[in-house]
Ligand binder design. Structure first.
Ligand code: AHR
Length: 505
C-alpha cells in the first residue's frame, strides 16, 4: 500500500545560497558555574582522566561534533577578566571574586594557555573576548601581543617562559561583551566610540589578519544596530564582525511542559530568522558589500536551573525539546548561510543549553549534542534552496493564537552528497513528507537518521545516559520509491542522499 504524502519538500540542488560557514556550528565556554571548572578543567592531579588538566571524556565527545570555534572567557565574565591573572605558575595566580556568577572564588587555574590547549585538543579555533567594560586599551593590546607576537618582544618572551615559544595565532577577537548591559551599560554611540579607540590599537601581531568582532544587539533591538552603525560610519573597516545575542528562553521548565509550552518554545526559537533578516537589512544600509559579517555569538534556551543547584550557575537539564530548538535554529542558519558567518550556542558544558553535563566523574551527552553530531555534515557544505509547503500548528497562548510550521528544515550539498535535515514539530503526530529533489539526474537515499523519543519530555540522566540518542534506519524501511519519508512526531531527521548532478558544460 502506498503512503499518501501530507506535505512536499522541494530541494533545488541547482539553486545555491552560499557555503555554510563551519563557524555557525561554534560554541561558547564561560567562567560560569561548572562550565570551565568541573566541566572542562579538572587539573592534572584529578582522579578524573585528563590530558594536561582537561577532561578526556569531554574532549573525545567534542571532537566528534567538529567544534569549529570556541568563544571564551565570557560572556559577562569577559568584561571583568584581566588576562594577566591567568598566566604563569598556577600557585601564584590570584584568587578573584567572580562578580557576575555567584561571587564565587575564581582561582584562575584555567587561563590563556589552558584555553588554547583545550582548543588544540578538540580541534577548534579560539575566539577570545576582550575586556572593554573594566579594562584598558593597553591591556587588550598587550594580550594580543602576548598571544600572537612572532617578534622577540618582552611579551612574547614571557609567553615562551610560560611554556609556548610558538605564538597562539588567535584570529577571532571580541571587543567586549553585551556592552549595552553587563559590559558597561553603554549607549550605542558611546560603545561605537570605544570600538574605534580600542580597534585602532588591536594589531594582529602575527601573520594572520585579525578578525575583530563588535558587540551587537540584544535580541531584536534594531535601535542598537542602527545607532551603532551610524556612530561607526567612516570607520567600518575597524571591525569584521558584529555579534547579536538571542536566547529564546523557556516555557514551563527544562523537563516539565505541556504540549502548548512545547510549541511556545519552538515558536520563540524560530524568531531567530526574523532577527537575522532585521539586523542584516540594517547592516546592509551601511555596509552593502557585507564586509562586516553578522554573527550570533550567544543563543539557546534558558530554563530554570536544576532544583538544588546555584541560581547563578544556570545548570539546566536538556530534553528532546532543546534538541528541536537546536535543530530549528541551525536550519535557519543553514538557510541564511549568505547572511551569517558565525554562531555560538550557550554553553559548552553544564551551563544553559549544554552539549555535555558532568558531575564529578559522571558524564552525559545531551539531546542538543546529538543534533550537533548529526548536523556536522552541513559544515562547509553548499546550502541549497529548500522549500517546504507545510501546514501550521495553531496553538493558544496569552489569549492569542500562534502558528508554528509543522515541518522546517534545510538542505546542503557537498561533493555528490545531499544532506536534508527536517524537523517534525508536532508533539504527537507523525507526518509523511514527499521529497522532490530537483536539478539533478539521479537521487539515491544512502542513510536516514532520526532523533526522537516516545515521550516529549525525554532527556538523558547519569542513570540513563542514552535515553535520547539518534538511531539509523535503513533507507528502504522508511523511503518508498517515490521518496516519501514518514517523520516521527517530535523528531529531528537527517536524510543523506547520493545525487548525480547535471553536467552544466
Ligand atoms: O551565557 C550567560 C550570559 O548571558 C552571558 O555571560 C551574557 O553575555 C549573557 O547575558
Amino acid at each position: 500500500m502506498s503512503i499518501q504524502p501530507d506535505i512536499k519538500v522541494i530541494v533545488e540542488t541547482d539553486c545555491p545560497i552560499a557555503t555554510i560557514n563551519p563557524n555557525i556550528y561554534g560554541h561558547f565556554a564561560e567562567h560560569l558555574g561548572y562550565c570551565i571548572y568541573g566541566g572542562i578543567w579538572v587539573g592534572e592531579n584529578s582522579s578524573i582522566k585528563n590530558n594536561r588538566g582537561i577532561r578526556s571524556d569531554v574532549v573525545e565527545a567534542l571532537k566528534k561534533i567538529k567544534p569549529s570555534v570556541v568563544r571564551w572567557p565570557g560572556g559577562c565574565f569577559a568584561d571583568d577578566y584581566h588576562w594577566r591573572d591567568g598566566i604563569g605558575p598556577g600557585e601564584s595566580r590570584p584568587r578573584r571574586i567572580n562578580l557576575h556568577w555567584g561571587k564565587v572564588i575564581e582561582d584562575n587555574s584555567f587561563g590563556t594557555h589552558e584555553f588554547i590547549e583545550f582548543c588544540r585538543q578538540i580541534g577548534a579555533e579560539p575566539y577570545i573576548c576582550g575586556n572593554v567594560g573594566s579594562g584598558t586599551v593597553r591591556e587588550m593590546k598587550d594580550w594580543l601581543e602576548y598571544m600572537n607576537s612572532l617578534k622577540d618582544s618582552t611579551l612574547a618572551q614571557e609567553r615562551a617562559a610560560n611554556g609556548s615559544l610558538q605564538p597562539f595565532n588567535v584570529k577571532y577577537f571580541g571587543i567586549g561583551n553585551e556592552n549595552w548591559g553587563c559590559g558597561g551599560n553603554m549607549s550605542a554611540e558611546y560603545y561605537a566610540n570605544e570600538v574605534k579607540r580600542y580597534s585602532t590599537f588591536l594589531h594582529p601581531f602575527g601573520e594572520k589578519p585579525l578578525y575583530k568582532i563588535a558587540c551587537g544587539p540584544c535580541g531584536d533591538d534594531a535601535n542598537w544596530t542602527r545607532r551603532f552603525f551610524e556612530a561607526l560610519e567612516g570607520h567600518l573597516g575597524l571591525i569584521q564582525g558584529f555579534a547579536a545575542h538571542y536566547y529564546c528562553g523557556t516555557s514551563g521548565t527544562a523537563t516539565e511542559y505541556t504540549d502548548t509550552q512545547w510549541y511556545d518554545l519552538l515558536h520563540k526559537a524560530l524568531k531567530m530568522e526574523s532577527l537575522l533578516l532585521k539586523h542584516r537589512a540594517i547592516m546592509d544600509e551601511f555596509d552593502p558589500e557585507r564586509k562586516i559579517s553578522l554573527i550570533v555569538d550567544e543563543w539557546g534556551t534558558w530554563h530554570p536551573v536544576i532544583p538544588g543547584t546555584h541560581p547563578r550557575f544556570f545548570h539546566q537539564q536538556n530534553s528532546l525539546r532543546d534538541a528541536l530548538v537546536a535543530a530549528l535554529t541551525l536550519d535557519i542558519f543553514n538557510r541564511h548561510a549568505d547572511k551569517i558567518a558565525m554562531a555560538n550556542i550557550a554553553q559548552l558544558v553544564n551551563v544553559l543549553q549544554a552539549m555535555i553535563l558532568t558531575k564529578d566523574k559522571n558524564f552525559l551527552l545531551t539531546p542538543t549534542y546529538h543534533v550537533y553530531e548529526m548536523y556536522a555534515v552541513h559544515q562547509g557544505a553548499q546550502s541549497v534552496r529548500c522549500n517546504i509547503n507545510t501546514d501550521e500548528i495553531h496553538f493558544n497562548i496569552e489569549d492569542e493564537t500562534r502558528l508554528l510550521p509543522r515541518v522546517a528544515g534545510s538542505a546542503s550539498m557537498k561533493n555528490d552528497l545531499l544532506n536534508l535535515s527536517l524537523v517534525n514539530t508536532h508533539t504527537r503526530e507523525p507526518i509523511a513528507v514527499e521529497l522532490d529533489i530537483r536539478g539533478c539526474l539521479s537521487v539515491q537515499v544512502k542513510e536516514y537518521r532520526v532523533l526522537t523519543a516516545d515521550d516529549i519530555h525525554a532527556h538523558n540522566t547519569f542513570n540513563e545516559p542514552e535515553r535520547v540518542q539518534p538511531v539509523s534506519k535503513s533507507p528502504t524501511e522508511i523511503v518508498e520509491e517515490n521518496l516519501i519519508v514518514t517523520l516521527p512526531a517530535a523528531s529531528v531527521n537527517l536524510i543523506t542522499c547520493k545525487i548525480k548532478v547535471k553536467d552544466t558544460k
